[in-house]
Structures are given as C-alpha cells and as structure tokens.
Design a protein around this ligand. Structure first.
Ligand code: SAM
Ligand code: SF4
Length: 382
C-alpha cells in the first residue's frame, strides 16, 4: 500500500506576489538572509527509516518531473550569481539513487569552481562512487548512520545494509570528501543507548558526529513529543562516557551546537542539565580534546531566528522552510522559458514569505496548533 504525498499548495504560473525588495538576495520579512541552498536531486530512496518513510515507500516522482542536470546547473547558477547563495548541499531521498549524480555535480562545478558543494547520503552504493564524486567536484559528505548494531540498523532502516553504510563512510574519507560528517537520529528504546558508542566510533575515525533531534516529518505521522529524544537527554547519555564542554568557536547560524569532547575522567559540569553556558573550559583546559560532537536541537532549542536555508525540492519547487505549507514552482517557470531575472524574482518572492518559526517548540505541540507538513522529510529533501 502506498501513502499519498498530499502535496502542499503550489503556485505554477502567473504573477508572483512579492514585497521582497529588489536586489537584496533571498531576504525575508523577519530580517534573515538565505545563503545556504539545500537541493533535493530525487525523492526516491532505498532505505525506509521509520522516522522518515513508510514501510512501503511513497509514490515516486516520474523521472520527467525531476530536474535534469542542466536544469539543476541553471537553478544553482541563478541562486549563486543573482541571489547570493554561497553554499550548496545535495540531498534527497537518496542522491546516490540517481545514476547521473556525477554529471549533476560536474555541471555545477564547471559553472562555479569555488562553490562549496556537499551532499547528505545514506551511504548505500557510496564505496564504488566516492572517488568519482570527488573528481566531479564534490567537496564534503554527510553519511547518515543511526546504529552500529546490524539488528538495530535493520529495525530502524527496515533494510539489512549496515555493512554498506560503514564501508561508504570509510570510502568517502579515503576519497578526500572530508571532513566526513555522520548524522544520527536517536529513537527512544531503539538506539538511544548507542549514543556513546556512536561517538567513540566517529572519534576513532576522525568523523564529525552530529545528533539530530527527531522532527515531526515522518510519513507515518507517528512522532510524539514524549517519545522524541531531546538534546538534553543526548548530552546526558554522552556524559556517561565523555565530558562535553561548549566548543569555543562562534556558531554563526550553523544548525548544530558543537561540543568539545574530552575523556570522562576530567572534571566538569553535567551537560545534560543545561546549555552549558559558561561551564567547563576552565579546569579542563589542559586536557586533550578528542574531537567535537554536534547536536541539532531543531525541536527543543530551535534556531529559526538564525536560519540561512532555502530549499529546492526534487521537482524544482522552492520551499522557504522544512515546515512550510506552501511551495513555489521554479522548474515549471524555467521550462516555460523564463529568464534568469524572472526565476530570481520568483525565488525572492517565495523566500520573502518565509515563516518566522516552525512552532514545534510550542508546549501544546501534540494536541494543539502545530500542523505537520504534508510532505515527509524524504519528499522535501532533508
Ligand atoms: N537519504 C539521505 C540520508 O538519509 O542521509 C539524505 C536525505 S535524509 C531525508 C537527510 C537527513 O534527514 C538524514 O540525516 C536523516 O537522518 C534526516 N531525517 C530524516 N527524517 C528525519 C526526521 N523526522 N527528523 C530528523 N531528521 C530526519
Ligand atoms: Fe531514505 Fe534518508 Fe529518509 Fe532514511 S532518512 S528513508 S535514508 S531519505
């Protein structure tokens, strides 16, 4: 059985309502400016992570509706040249499912030799392609890995493919796609006990681990506030094996709050009890830092006021926020023969309407006025 995508409202043609001032990049009514483009190359995926996809998958987009490599190059070019985009992350669905991924990257790279290009992937099929992706112009990679235990991985991803993911992360490092970042989502009673093990595994390999709080973007609409593992709990779990101190460098709008990781025997505060402000760097300053760990607390410690992201879905629609209920059709406009100026104008107008915040941290979230977007994470492009 399939689950309907229940797509959000899409404006396909006609004049664009605006208000966005001319020539100011992708600014919004709340004073933010988007410079970080998340572009989904495909909605399809070969895993079925329980916090993202339904067991039977979703009705995939026909390939004619996906952006071609040339269309992606043009859209990115409009973003960079006319709207001030300074970094690109490719995502999905699973980007490696696209056989022409190398061509997509090479096309963007040829037009913008210095644009930082990264990709988020589940790592399936990465081993034989890592070197080719680097040669095409990919700079960095994030590999999603929620468990080091084959049985737990299978329960979470509904596929028995842990070995391929582990090999893919190593292959990315060997190909120079560094720093390799690892994304992990913890689920209560499933893999939350693995937090220190995941950190130890990442530190040993020089990978930068980032825990992401589970967001209500699963296609099954099974998320509950009570069941999600919070950033405070993640810090507390990690403190059983490590000491965490706030990383000294400024966060600068990055979604992950970074923590310096030291061996547990050094003295310090309990990072599970607060944000760690002012704690920890004093008496432990002489201890060796093993590395850093990031925690993306989108739900309990939201960072909407500093958000720099703009998103393009796999079928070329602009989403100003993961949690938007409205999209603007950019690819349709492009295919109808629009000029770069017209494309930039539509993109600016869509971003001008970006909501102030997602509202997930509302105390009455489970019962009250938070409305989950119709699209799941894989269909938006996480
Ligand atoms: N398939 C690729 C992957 O898994 O890395 C790229 C797309 S996936 C949607 C991007 C990231 O979103 C992954 O790190 C995944 O763990 C995360 N993600 C998916 N659903 C999520 C949810 N409901 N809450 C938090 N993160 C989620
Ligand atoms: Fe696929 Fe990534 Fe979603 Fe998992 S999180 S189902 S790998 S898109």
């Amino acid at each position: 059985m399939s689950v309907s995508l229940g797509l959000p409202r899409v404006r396909r043609a006609g004049p664009v309502p605006s208000g966005a001032p001319e020539g100011t990049g992708l600014t919004d009514r709340h004073g933010r400016r988007a410079t970080d483009l998340r572009l989904s190359v495909i909605d399809k995926c070969n895993l079925r992570c329980t916090y993202c996809m339904p067991a039977d998958g979703l009705p995939w987009l026909p390939s004619a509706q996906l952006m071609s490599p040339a269309e992606i190059t043009r859209i990115v070019d409009v973003g960079v040249r006319r709207l001030g985009i300074t970094e690109l992350r490719l995502t999905g669905g699973e980007p490696l499912v696209r056989p022409d991924l190398e061509q997509i990257i090479a096309g963007v790279r040829k037009t913008h030799p210095h644009l930082p290009i990264s990709m988020t992937t589940n790592g399936i099929g990465l081993t034989p392609r890592a070197a080719g992706l680097a040669a095409a112009g990919l700079d960095r990679i994030n590999v999603s890995l929620d468990s080091l235990d084959a049985e737990t991985f299978r329960a979470l991803a509904r596929r028995d493919r842990l070995g391929e993911v582990l090999a893919g992360a190593e292959a990315a490092a060997a190909a120079g796609l560094v720093p390799v970042k690892i994304n992990a989502v913890l689920m209560r009673g499933v893999n939350d006990h693995e937090a220190p093990d995941l950190l130890g595994w990442a530190l040993e390999r020089g990978f930068a681990l980032r825990f992401i709080e589970q967001m209500p973007l699963d296609a099954d609409h099974g998320w509950t506030r009570q069941d999600m593992v919070t950033a405070a709990e993640i810090r507390h779990r990690l403190s059983t094996g490590y000491r965490l101190d706030p990383h000294p460098e400024a966060r600068d709008g990055a979604p992950a709050q970074l923590w310096d990781v030291r061996p547990q025997h050094t003295t310090g505060h309990d990072p599970g009890t607060g944000t760690g402000d002012g704690a920890g760097t004093g008496d432990g300053a002489g201890d060796g830092v093993l590395g850093t760990v990031g925690i993306i607390a989108s739900v309990t410690e939201p960072f909407c006021t500093d958000c720099k992201r703009t998103r393009i879905t796999a079928e070329g629609r602009i989403r100003s926020c993961l949690f938007s209920h409205q999209e603007e059709d950019l690819l349709g406009l492009l295919r109808a023969g629009a000029t770069d100026t017209e494309l930039a104008q539509r993109w600016r107008a869509a971003m001008w309407a970006k909501p102030a915040a997602h509202g997930m941290d509302h105390p009455g979230l489970d019962s009250a006025d938070y409305i989950q977007p119709q699209r799941s994470m894989s269909a938006i492009g996480g």
